[in-house]
Write a protein that binds this ligand. Sequence first.
Ligand code: GUN
Ligand code: ZN
Length: 443
Amino acid sequence: MSVVPSPLDNNSCDTAIRASFLHFNADPDRRGDAFEYLEDGLMILKQGRIQMLVNATDWIDYLPDGSALYDYSGRLVMPGFIDAHTHYPQTEMIASHGLQLLDWLQQYTFPTEEKFAERDHADRIAAFFCEQMLANGTTTSAVYATVHPQSVDAIFEQAQQRDLCLIAGKVMMDRNAPPALCDSVESSYRDCSELIKRWHLQGRNHYAVTPRFAPCSSPGQLEVCAQLLNESPDLYLQSHVAENRDEVEWVARLFPDSRSYLDVYDSHGLLGPRSIYGHCIHLDQQDRERMAASGAAIAFCPTSNLFLGSGLFSLEDASALGIRLGLATDVGAGTSFSMLQTLAEAYKICQLGGQRLTPLKAFYLVTLGAAESLYLDHRIGNFTPGKEADFVVLDLAATELMQCRMDNASTLEERLFALMMLGDDRCVQATHVMGKRQYSRPN
Ligand code: GUN
Ligand code: ZN
């Protein structure tokens, strides 16, 4: 009797995941075969990286002795969600009532951020924030800390403990904010340089130069941002632009020589690959063309834009020019940590503008699309061999209503659409980071 040799051994497999799998290899609006779906799949991992994704029935008998098997049969596994813009210090002020951006910052945000002068407070909120990421299936985030350097240490430390992939930085503001939250041109340069040395490209951490937004930074501080970017390779730059009409008018008064709000950043050398701009609602066509040509990314923050009444982002205008784009929670102006709920609100914003957001495009945008927009697609975003094994295990029938809806859904796309419209953290059964299970939903 001949024995079929197993191509799997302990050198190629230490962990296997059995489930249904969905991941993308391109933008589904541009390619018909942009995704792969396996009803009964087996994902083979070695040291936290993907080795291969195959049919379970063909391979399940060949797992090497001693390898771990996670059997998530009946669940849907997708790449870990990517949140392109959020503020961990605002976690405990999420859902603060009644104001639009500039008043909301004064009344709620700045007092909340002042508490991060205390390292213990920063540690506690950073830990809670990372747990919320995991409970929502988010494995990569671009995060604002506060002006305090220790608030950056806190979030990188907590992320590192869980192996999360993080882009984060110290908020820079040297004007138009309470004195307790202001740095200076000199101190921000010094503090950021030290933080970059300590954290940038350490494990899965990436440093982002983080001027809060143009009204809070003097031209001199914006020059410091450019200097920092020039001094270290592969740094990110994150800020806000064109979120709210009063904000846009204020920037026009503060920078009368700039053609537009975006041009303030552009003229300071802050628009390029690895720049992430939150909101981008009130841009004009010339701004959008600059975004596209520069390689910068938009972080579309639907729950925040609705909550603060900021306006309706045009996904169609951004997509038409091929601007890099990710979805973002923008906690605490955003009202949810869930990328599923974020997609639901993105869909409704598109509806209000007479635009389409298909479920395939939606899930592309929170996985591979976001990874591409952040220049991380060589490491994360799908299940290509060699990539880091970050993934979320989803229960599409987590609630009775979802079960009822799924019973009446006949296609994958219908099920995905119901997932994004009705789903939230209750659908997240488990979250794995670099292959390891970092979160399991309590029964
Ligand atoms: N613009 C400047 N700072 C902020 C912030 O913290 N949240 C939002 N949504 N917009 C901003
Ligand atoms: Zn924000």
